[in-house]
Design a protein around this ligand. Structure first.
Ligand code: UDP
Length: 481
């Protein structure tokens, strides 16, 4: 019967929100295409998946979870430390321990692979050892990076040609060699470890990740062809990588009517939030959010507040409160009274996709994490780019220079946690640029066109829909052999 022929795929996400959110969407998406999917995770991360999985069950989407114990104690991490969020104020030592702990998951993962014999393992780039684990049971392994083709290409070109080692200073611009589009960067915008000559646990892991990737069956990319065609082509044809683009994966929730919050529980009643937006004119509200890990100082939050007020725009601003800034000393005096009705502050976690897709929202101030960037693209809104760390400075370039749907706030320096300081004038000015005037309209119409393309890509016979089916077909044929 068809039961026996059903393909079974394991998904094994890295334990951080920016990786777990697209993974659960990916698992749901494959399930929508008739694949049996199982997410492998650890006890404290499991509830995060189960809520959204529970909700999608009504739409016939069945995703299973298998739980393996996270060895915190074994590596000297505090009990209950099962996800990596730099905001917890962690140093490199903690990060190293965390990666060590994840590598100890190889054995329990192998037990699951042996027991269930899935047809494929989609494992995060941060788990290089997963390739060997899968190989033992002759299971194909695919890699999930959670970023754009564009960033994957930049990373690889920098590694191969090292243009950043040929400039005289940290501020001197260089062009990324061979990459289409003459993309200009400076050393300051690159991750700090790129200029370090000494090896650390982290750089060793990245090296292992790259080497192991060459031995995998390819990569799965949360993007769509029309968004970055030249970079998707470059990645495949010039860099010679096998890749499938299947995104934007967040859009799968439209197909299964799972409109509730993804990730953590929202810190605001969703209906209230939507009601507030319903009372606003189209494209009149700017949404300000910096992802799941960025933690600004009180001084920086104050500048953002004043900048938003100066811009004269209506806003929803998400402020993360897990660093001891509960006392609200970051709010300028009288701010909330003055902006009453005009601005909504969400303290904690926002239902981001719901907000972005509301017609009242006309702009997005983002840190350029790839999930947020792609959610902004899908919603068709122009963006203010405010990158902090990771590969966010590359995503910024895609948004501002290639797609031309955003304006940079002007941050010049990659910083692991806190970020370069931006004053109120800069904030107020760029927010106005994406919200009102001719330039805003130009960017908005380009963004809207991309948003439409994103939706078409995941519909029947769209580019992502077809690539996903091609992948499923390839895996089915492989099993048939
Ligand atoms: N997100 C959310 N509510 C928040 C903050 C973030 O739903 O208040 C979601 C957002 O929609 C995105 C993810 O968390 O899917 C953040 O991923 P991204 O790659 O943008 O950034 P990271 O958190 O990894 O830096």
């Amino acid at each position: 019967g068809s039961e026996i022929l059903q393909l079974h795929i394991f998904f094994f996400p890295f334990m951080a929100h920016g990786h777990m959110i697209p993974t659960v969407d990916m698992a749901k998406l494959f399930a929508l295409h008739g694949v049996k999917t199982t997410i492998v995770t650890t006890p404290l991360n499991a509830p995060f998946f189960s809520k959204t999985i529970e909700r999608s069950k009504n739409s016939g989407v069945d995703v299973d979870i298998k739980i393996i114990k996270f060895p915190s104690a074994q590596v000297g991490l505090p009990e209950g430390f099962e996800s990596l969020e730099p905001s917890k104020g962690m140093g490199m030592d903690v990060i190293s321990k965390f990666f060590l702990a994840t590598s100890l998951l190889q054995e329990p993962l192998e037990q699951l692979l042996q027991e269930f014999k899935p047809d494929c393992l989609v494992a995060d780039m941060f788990f290089p050892w997963a390739t060997d684990a899968a190989k033992k049971f002759e299971i194909p392994r695919l890699v999930f990076h959670g970023t754009s083709f564009f960033s994957l290409c930049v990373t690889e070109c920098l590694r191969q040609y090292e243009p950043h080692k040929k400039v005289e200073s940290d501020d001197e611009p260089f062009v990324v060699p061979n990459l289409p589009g003459d993309i200009e960067l400076t050393r300051k915008k690159l991750p700090d470890f790129m200029m370090q000559e000494i090896e650390t646990d982290f750089t060793k892991m990245l090296k292992a990740s790259r080497e192991s990737e060459m031995k995998t069956n390819g990569v799965v990319v949360n993007s769509f062809y029309e968004l970055e065609a030249s970079y998707a082509d470059f990645y495949r044809n010039f860099l010679g990588r096998k890749a499938w683009h299947i995104g934007p994966v967040s859009l799968c929730n439209r197909r299964i009517e799972d409109k509730a919050e993804r990730g953590k529980k929202a810190s605001i009643d969703e209906h209230e939030c939507l009601k507030w937006l319903d009372s606003k004119k189209p494209n009149s509200v700017v949404y300000v959010c910096f992802g799941s890990t960025v933690n600004f100082t009180s001084a920086q939050l104050k500048e953002i507040a004043m900048g938003l007020e100066d811009s004269g725009q209506e806003f929803i601003w998400v402020v993360r409160l897990d660093k001891g800034n509960e006392e609200e000393e970051w709010l300028p005096e009288g701010f909330e009274e003055r902006t009453k009705g005009k601005g909504l502050i969400i303290r904690g976690w926002a239902p981001q996709v719901l907000i972005l897709e509301h017609p009242a929202v006309g702009g997005f101030v983002t840190h350029c994490g790839w999930n947020s960037t792609l959610e902004g693209v899908s919603a068709g809104v122009p963006m203010v780019t405010w990158p902090i760390a990771a590969e966010q400075f590359y995503n910024e370039k895609l948004v501002t220079d290639v797609l031309k749907i955003g304006v940079s706030v002007g941050v010049k320096r990659w910083v692991r946690v806190v970020g370069d300081f931006v004053n109120r004038d800069a904030v107020g000015k760029v927010v106005k640029v994406i919200m009102v005037g001719e330039k805003a309209e130009e960017m908005r119409s380009r963004a809207k066109a991309l948003g439409e393309m994103a939706k078409r890509a995941v519909e029947k016979d769209g580019s992502s829909y077809s690539d996903l089916n091609a992948l499923i077909q390839e895996l089915s044929q492989r099993r048939g052999r």
